[in-house]
Design a binder for this molecule. Structure first.
Ligand SMILES: Nc1ncnc2c1ncn2[C@@H]1O[C@H](COP(=O)(O)OP(=O)(O)OP(=O)(O)O)[C@@H](O)[C@H]1O
Length: 250
């Protein structure tokens, strides 16, 4: 099931913060959305999840996402917001079970698989309010995965994770993509993006600066220009990882 964005523009307040974005995302692949602060990354994924009014089209195959019944949309697209919070101090397994709401069930297999994949089964009977920020991030990912969506849109899921857990999180996204889910993930870390992404959508002040296979987008020239930094490539496991060295002209 392909996820396609065509002519997508979003205005917030009086400002247009996304301009005419075109992109075709493919299932079974990880697309990293990159760009400087304020480039419009969060706005893009929110609009793709039909959480913001927009102009242009977001389609799942031929169907407009905004026109889908909300429960069906939630079954197809899982959205993991930046800085997600849990307002009630529920048990972890109950939080994860909320991910089944669009299905109207409490499928033990799906919940168990999500707990297992995110390494949160040991936390299942803990109150979510007692968890560390990183543990909570994994639980919130488990909640989305429990809904077994066809697409996962994750906004900066690494924000509160230490390097080891960040690597684990990305490996989990890789695993769900291998199983066929389409993954669109907003990232800040260029090295992690290069490790994990099949494709990269590079945004610059609300416009697409580049979209395509990671190796073609994550070049020192392109990344350096958009972020205003000097970038060196290091090679690891056959991938070229862009490392920011300093500000351009600094
Ligand atoms: N409610 C709002 N009203 C007006 N402008 C807004 C509103 N929310 C966000 N913006 C602006 O929209 C632009 C895009 O914001 P967005 O959060 O999508 O950027 P981002 O690329 O995700 O940034 P970051 O890397 O800092 O998280 C920013 O310039 C931001 O100031």
């Amino acid at each position: 099931m392909a996820l396609t964005v065509q002519g997508l523009s979003v205005a917030l307040g009086r400002r247009t913060v996304l301009h005419d974005v075109d992109a075709a995302f493919r299932p079974g692949r990880i697309t990293a959305v990159l760009g400087p602060n304020g480039a419009g990354k969060s706005t893009l994924v929110k609009a793709m999840a039909a959480l913001l009014p927009h102009r242009g089209e977001v389609r799942l195959d031929e169907r407009m996402v905004a026109a889908l019944d909300p429960r069906e949309r939630a079954r197809l697209i899982g959205y993991l917001p930046q800085d997600a919070v849990v307002h009630w101090n529920m048990r972890v397994d109950d939080v994860v079970a909320l991910g089944r709401m669009p299905h109207g069930d409490r499928c033990p297999r799906a919940i168990g698989a999500a707990l297992c994949l995110t390494d949160t089964a040991d936390l299942a009977d803990r109150p979510v309010g007692e968890l560390s920020g990183g543990e909570r991030s994994r639980v919130l990912l488990a909640r989305v995965l429990a809904g077994e969506p066809r697409w996962l849109l994750a906004d900066e899921p690494l924000a509160s994770l230490d390097p080891a857990h960040a690597i684990d999180m990305l490996d989990r996204l890789r695993q769900v993509a291998r199983e066929g889910m389409g993954v669109v993930v907003v990232l800040h870390d260029l090295v992690q993006a290069a490790r994990i992404a099949d494709d990269v959508l590079l945004l610059d002040t609300g416009r697409v600066a580049a979209f395509g296979p990671a190796a073609l987008v994550l070049t020192p020239e392109l990344v350096g220009r958009v972020f205003g930094v000097e970038v060196a490539l290091i090679e690891r496991d056959g991938r070229h990882l862009p490392v920011p060295l300093g500000r351009l002209g600094g």
